[in-house]
Design a protein around this ligand. Structure first.
Ligand SMILES: Cc1cc2nc3c(=O)[nH]c(=O)nc-3n(C[C@H](O)[C@H](O)[C@H](O)COP(=O)(O)O)c2cc1C
Length: 136
């Protein structure tokens, strides 16, 4: 496992949208934008499934995911192993939050399940001399 430092957590928490990549078991990539995410602890990220199609099918066949997010020219790439849960305290809390958020924007939203991503590696993707460096 790898741990997010304070800067990575700060940026991940602040970004409205992040990018989630999955792939089929035979390597066909898929990438989607994601709003509903949360930091569980230094090595775990939660993403809520409202609309996933190919993403969820991919996860069931291949739990390896990658996430990226950036602000101006500072960016990070996180790799991890994903499990999927449709019950339990974290799911119930997420479902309540997503539903309330949907109401607040007058757009019905319902969480079908949660992705729990255990971080295996973190890379700097900012352009410049440190691009691609592993930081955790
Ligand atoms: C800005 C934005 C934010 C989104 N956030 C989420 C999200 O938090 N959860 C989710 O399940 N889908 C979200 N979606 C929808 C997914 O990006 C995507 O449409 C869905 O996973 C279906 O694509 P797939 O079949 O490749 O999985 C969002 C889409 C956009 C444009």
């Amino acid at each position: 496992m790898a741990r997010m430092n304070e800067r990575v957590k700060e940026m991940l928490a602040a970004k409205k949208t992040i990018i989630l990549a999955t792939s089929t078991s035979d390597g066909e990539p898929n990438v989607v934008p994601i709003h509903s995410k949360n930091i569980i602890d230094d090595e775990t990220i939660l993403i809520s499934n409202q609309f996933m199609g190919k993403t969820l099918a991919n996860l069931r066949a291949n739990p390896k995911v990658a996430i990226t997010f950036w602000d101006k020219i500072e960016g990070y790439q996180i790799k991890g192993d994903c499990t999927y849960e449709t019950s339990g305290k974290l799911y119930e809390e997420t479902a309540a939050f997503v539903e309330a958020y949907g109401k607040s924007i007058n757009y019905p939203l319902s969480s079908k399940g949660i992705l729990l991503i255990k971080i295996t590696a973190i890379y700097n993707v900012s352009p410049g001399p440190h691009a691609g460096e592993k930081i955790a």
